[in-house]
Design a protein around this ligand. Structure first.
Ligand code: KG4
Ligand code: ZN
Length: 339
């Protein structure tokens, strides 16, 4: 019998994401029936960052209409659902509670199982939504607004953290650097766009922690280097682009060096890139090129599944539910939660 579709709900930060997925291990990349996303970027832009209270309230407003929209896209009704998966952490506590409470209540009313999913596991498994998905074992570079990690994936649910950030995450570094050069929130994509018109070689920033062994990251020093360069410059549009370019190169180069090191250490031949920064074009190009020259295979989620979305949560939840995992009806979220 074909499994019934799972509803996935993502509300950990400033995107409300919903998806319907029918998970069949023999046909990964095939089961996504619908997905819908509402981004709160405009809501938070005036504040220069995500305001947790506003985020929670907006999730409350948007979540059920999005569920309705996804069901309509797929031509399904709630009674067709076989389970519900929601992000249980890490993230903003109020925002998480919206998805968890709504998801649990729906599952309870429908008499189907529900499961809380780790947001980063969602990111990590997102490439399984594509055709030609990676087989375990593989190494995953997880780079988002809250995390910069290298993870060895031995199997679904069996993860070994190879390296982590000691301070700012890669996306956070993008956002903070963009902000200090006066770019509007959210700065990461804006900085990347600017970098494309930047001149190579005019500025150069360091590749933090690459001169010693290990797989940890540290990006906060880069931000300081940019601040100094920006303050001492003429602060013209071109200079801003040139600095953005050098900053992006420094981050991408650093990530590339550590990915190569992680692959060498683990002997893995497959590299997954996931999380919001995985949408960065230079990063995708450089890692793909390194894969060709070094002989490892690279896997990227499509751009819209690099940043937060409901599909990756539906996927991670569907796999766990298929293994018989579920939780009782008390609503629990974990704002801080190790993978
Ligand atoms: O995964 P995500 O949507 O949310 C978290 O779980 O954090 O990642 C968002 C992060 C933000 O820091 C954003 O600036 C960054 O990903 N980001 C980018 C790009 N697109 C999103 N950073 C660099 N280049 C991009 N194209
Ligand atoms: Zn995320």
């Amino acid at each position: 019998a074909t499994p019934r579709p799972i509803l996935g709900i993502e509300t950990s930060c400033d995107e409300t994401g919903v998806a319907l997925l029918r998970w069949e291990p023999q046909a990964p990349g095939q089961g996504l029936l619908a997905h819908a996303l509402y981004t709160q970027i405009k809501l938070h832009a005036d504040y220069g960052g995500v305001v947790p209270e506003l985020a929670s309230r907006d999730h409350v407003r948007k979540l059920l209409p999005l569920v309705r929209e996804a069901l309509a896209q797929a031509g399904l009704t709630p009674a067709d659902l076989g389970g519900v998966a929601y992000t249980a952490g890490p993230g903003l506590v109020g925002a998480l509670l919206v998805g968890a409470a709504t998801g649990r209540a729906m599952a309870w009313a429908l008499g189907v199982p529900a499961i809380g999913v780790h947001h980063m596991e969602g990111h990590l498994l997102a490439p399984l939504l594509e055709e030609d998905p990676p087989e375990a074992p593989f190494v995953a570079l997880l780079v988002s607004g809250g995390h910069s990690m290298l993870v060895e994936v031995q199997a679904v649910g069996r993860y070994r953290i190879l390296g982590d950030t000691l301070d700012d995450a890669a996306g956070e570094a993008f956002d903070k650097t963009a902000k200090l050069m006066g770019l509007p929130y959210p700065g990461g994509p804006a900085l990347a766009k600017l970098a494309a018109s930047g001149q190579a070689g005019r500025f150069r920033f360091s590749r933090p922690m690459t001169d010693r062994p290990g797989l940890d990251f540290s990006f906060s020093g880069l931000k300081t280097q940019v601040l100094l360069a920006w303050r001492q410059s003429d602060q013209s549009e071109q200079t801003r682009a040139d600095i953005a370019r050098a900053f992006e190169e420094a981050i991408v180069d650093t990530l590339l060096i550590k990915c190569r090191r992680a692959l060498a250490e683990t002997g893995a031949r497959r590299l997954v890139i996931a999380g919001g920064v995985g949408a960065n074009r230079r990063l995708r190009e450089e890692l793909a090129a390194a894969g060709v020259s070094d002989g490892f295979k690279t896997y990227f989620p499509r751009l819209q599944f690099c940043t937060d979305n409901g599909a990756m949560i539906a996927l991670a939840g569907a796999i766990r539910l298929a293994h018989g995992q579920q939780q009782d009806e008390s609503v629990q979220v974990f704002p801080r939660w190790d993978l």
